[in-house]
Design a protein around this ligand. Structure first.
Ligand code: SR1
Ligand code: MG
Length: 401
């Protein structure tokens, strides 16, 4: 830590000039701290004269959203930069290019995606992204299947499991996704109008908690593939043409369902949010149709590409046995719905919320949306065996709306 200091909008200029050979001699700098995640500082550094820009992301030794009382492994960016490099190769550039990772300052310098918008905010502005389902299903199949034992030499895969052990970040997920939302814990944030409801339908439901316990220990023990580890719509940059996945600092070898489930949950929450806060009936209808279609296509394209790719890349003889790939995929899909349910509950009554729901301006509509979100999530967890196609997700949404 001796060479480490926290950067700011002024000091980042000298830092960036020394650390990467990117800007011209006559650059005129403009900088902005744009990080709005829970953990890091993120700077955009622009040369307004030559119209060039770059992003620098610096880890803090604590959780930004909580302050210095919640210390956190400052080296997490190293895992992130290594995962981005792997994902870049596997997906032909569905993640940004990394220029440098500084082991003393814990700073990652990467390509600026200024033509893109964070998907969560794009959806909240009622934009639609027609190529998203196709591109994200590619990302999922390539990053998950191609890093698994189905494909990799088993010794090589075990070495990767070891390389990507990420205990502190995994502990956050184990606590914030799979434990605290299901009981009375200090870090939970539950708005007044939901306190009684949460106690009744979440905290007191022993059947629900048993299912969540099964999912939690699957997360902890199933070293199936190299995960992104936090694949919500705030970790995705998008525009009309392409998709870029960022922020895999929670990555480790875990169950494929964790990435797919996080994504599905955030698509469902985007739908619930669109219903509650788009006032113009035509815009609302269009946005909801888009979200239904994208939800359905994401799962269906994932299924189709997963089965097709399996045949092209499988190396393990026993994985080639007739019927095994369908068995394997079914298991992934069932747990995907379970993970999605946990993510939806934790984003409503846990520590880290989402703007989709918290930002609904009308109090009654917000409480109603959050109750629907929790009720749908419980159904997804308890009946997750029924969720193996896109239609099953969209039928559930239609049942509530
Ligand atoms: C303390 S970190 C809270 C959440 O933010 C990250 O984006 C992850 O989703 C984590 O659970
Ligand atoms: Mg993040």
């Amino acid at each position: 830590m001796s060479k480490y200091y926290e950067l700011n909008e002024k000091t980042i200029i000298d830092y960036i000039k020394k650390s990467v050979d990117f800007f011209d001699e006559d650059a005129v700098f403009e900088t902005e701290e744009i990080g709005d995640g829970n953990l890091n500082l993120v700077f955009r550094i622009k040369d307004t004269k030559n119209n060039k820009s770059i992003i620098a992301k610096q880890a803090l030794p604590y959780v930004r959203a909580a302050g210095e009382d919640w210390p956190l492994d400052i080296g997490r960016g190293e895992i992130e930069s290594r995962i981005l490099e792997i994902e870049y190769k596997l997906t032909d550039g569905l993640v940004p290019k990394i220029f440098n990772y500084d082991l003393d300052m814990y700073v990652m310098v990467m390509e600026d995606l200024s033509d893109y918008i964070i998907m969560r905010y794009g959806l909240l502005e009622h934009n639609t992204y027609p190529k998203f389902a196709d591109q994200i299903s590619d990302f999922l199949v390539k990053t998950l299947l191609l890093t698994s034992d189905v494909v990799l030499d088993h010794q090589e895969k075990k070495a990767l499991v070891k390389d990507f052990i990420n205990p502190e970040l995994c502990a956050i997920t184990e606590e914030l996704v799979y434990t605290e939302p299901f009981g009375e814990y200090e870090r939970n944030s539950i708005e007044d109008g939901l306190v009684e409801f949460t106690k009744e339908v979440v905290h007191k439901d022993e059947e629900l908690k048993l299912e969540v316990a099964k999912l939690k220990f699957d997360f902890m023990n199933n070293a199936q593939a190299l995960l992104h580890g936090d694949l919500h719509t705030g970790s995705i940059f998008t525009n009309q043409e392409s998709t870029m996945v960022i922020d895999p600092e929670f990555g480790f070898y875990g169950p494929m369902a964790y990435d797919i489930g996080a994504l599905m949950a955030n698509l469902v929450m985007a739908y619930i949010s669109a219903d509650a806060w788009i006032e113009d009936a035509i815009v609302q209808k269009k946005q909801k149709e888009y979200l239904l279609q994208t939800t359905e296509e994401t799962i269906d394209l994932f299924n189709e590409k997963f089965l097709r790719t399996w045949d092209e890349v499988v190396t393990d003889d026993m994985a080639k046995v007739k019927g095994y790939k369908e068995h394997y995929l079914n298991d992934v899909l069932v747990n995907t719905a379970g993970v999605a349910g946990c993510e939806m509950i934790r984003r409503t009554v846990g520590f880290a919320h989402v703007k989709d729901l918290d930002g609904i301006p009308n109090d009654d509509l917000r409480i109603k949306a959050k109750k629907i979100n929790v009720s749908m999530a419980i159904e997804m967890i308890k009946t997750r065996h029924n969720f193996t196609t896109g239609k099953e997700y969209t039928n559930l949404i239609k049942k509530y709306f």
